[in-house]
Design a protein around this ligand. Structure first.
Ligand code: ATP
Length: 324
């Protein structure tokens, strides 16, 4: 197996070669360059630790993966997908950024943005449910991030409140790209470059997914029916998340996975009393069995539910609403 070392490109503005142009140099880091701190969480193949860059004192989350375990469990492919997708998604505040990768004899290290606010699921559980204002804010940040990843040719395939992390100011950082699907780069191939982000007419994203990926409650009907995930599958999951933030529970939930799948395929869900009418209209346009009939990203952004949202940069500069 081949693990590549990777450094962050740092533009050094003061160092010039006489031409007056800023020079870019690649900064390589290793285990010795960080002070490791508390454990932030554990995955099946990884431990995530808080760490500080000794030189800059900037804080990161470092995901440490055990090489032997990954090879034994045949997860090399997923580790590479995670690294490759994160390397493609470096220009958006709503995606956890990968700064450096390195290794030692035992482990692989991914140096990531620290999301000290934890998982959106944890916050939701503490609150029970969100009001419309909070749902609009978190929904908007998730959607803006999904629009960006789709425009960069990445389908997440496992969107859920556990994979939506929050930074220290409670802004969204989407994570867990190990099961993502990478489409041919639209900027290299020309495919999709004329389309709005998330547009469904991109034929390249209808390739077959090899196996079941995702979490039962958020999995789309097309994945269950045809083993086929497309950009619109992320929008199905997005509809489930909007529902869950307001209702406090996901729309399709049953005693086991099989029964959950039955409910999804039958579009068997109801809204609790008092579920806001505008939100209901949005959810009903997302939880549509036929993926091509789901509301595309640009229409979701202009749906009445998101009235008043300042899309683009100001969304990310705004103060997160107080949770209620
Ligand atoms: P699995 O591999 O079993 O699916 P996972 O995807 O949650 O689990 P990790 O990505 O290793 O595994 O994450 C482990 C835990 O660390 C998660 O619970 C997550 O909340 C936390 N975590 C992951 N990335 C960060 C981060 N950048 N900042 C803060 N906490 C993080």
């Amino acid at each position: 197996e081949e693990w590549q070392e990777q450094g962050a490109a740092v533009t050094a503005r003061r160092e010039t070669d006489g031409s007056g142009q800023p020079q870019t140099r690649i900064v390589k880091k290793g285990v010795k360059d960080f002070n490791f701190g508390r454990t932030l969480g554990e995955g099946s193949y990884s431990t995530v630790l808080a760490a500080t860059d000794r030189q800059t004192l900037k804080e990161y989350a470092i995901k440490v993966l055990d090489k032997r375990h990954i090879i034994k469990e045949k997860k090399v492919k997923y580790v590479n997908i995670e690294r490759d997708t994160l390397n493609r998604l470096t220009e958006h505040p709503g995606i956890v950024r990968l700064y450096y990768t390195f290794q030692d004899e035992r482990s692989l290290y991914f140096v990531l943005d620290l999301a000290s606010g934890g998982e959106l699921l944890g916050v939701l559980k503490k609150m029970g449910s969100f009001d419309i204002e909070c749902t609009r804010f978190y929904g908007a940040e998730i959607l803006d991030s999904v629009a960006y990843m789709h425009s960069r040719g990445v389908i997440h395939r496992d969107l859920k409140p556990e994979n939506v992390l929050l930074d220290h100011e409670m802004h969204v950082k989407i994570t867990d790209f190990g099961t993502a699907k990478i489409l041919p780069d639209p900027q290299k191939s020309g495919i999709g470059s004329q389309e709005a982000p998330g547009d469904l007419t991109d034929g390249a994203d209808t390739e077959r997914a090899v196996s079941f990926v995702g979490t039962a409650e958020y999995v789309s009907p097309e994945l269950l029916r045809d083993k086929n995930a497309c950009k619109a599958s992320d929008l199905w999951a997005f509809g489930c998340i909007i529902y869950q933030l307001l209702a406090g529970r996901p729309p399709f939930k049953a005693a086991n996975e099989y029964l959950t799948f039955q409910k999804i395929l039958a579009l068997d869900y109801t809204f609790p009393d008092g579920f806001p009418e505008v939100a209901r209209d949005l959810v009903e346009r997302l939880l549509v069995l036929e993926p091509s009939n789901r509301l595309p990203v640009e229409h979701i952004k202009s749906h009445q539910f998101f009235d008043g949202v300042q899309w683009s940069k100001s969304l990310w500069r705004q103060k997160a609403p107080r949770l209620k």
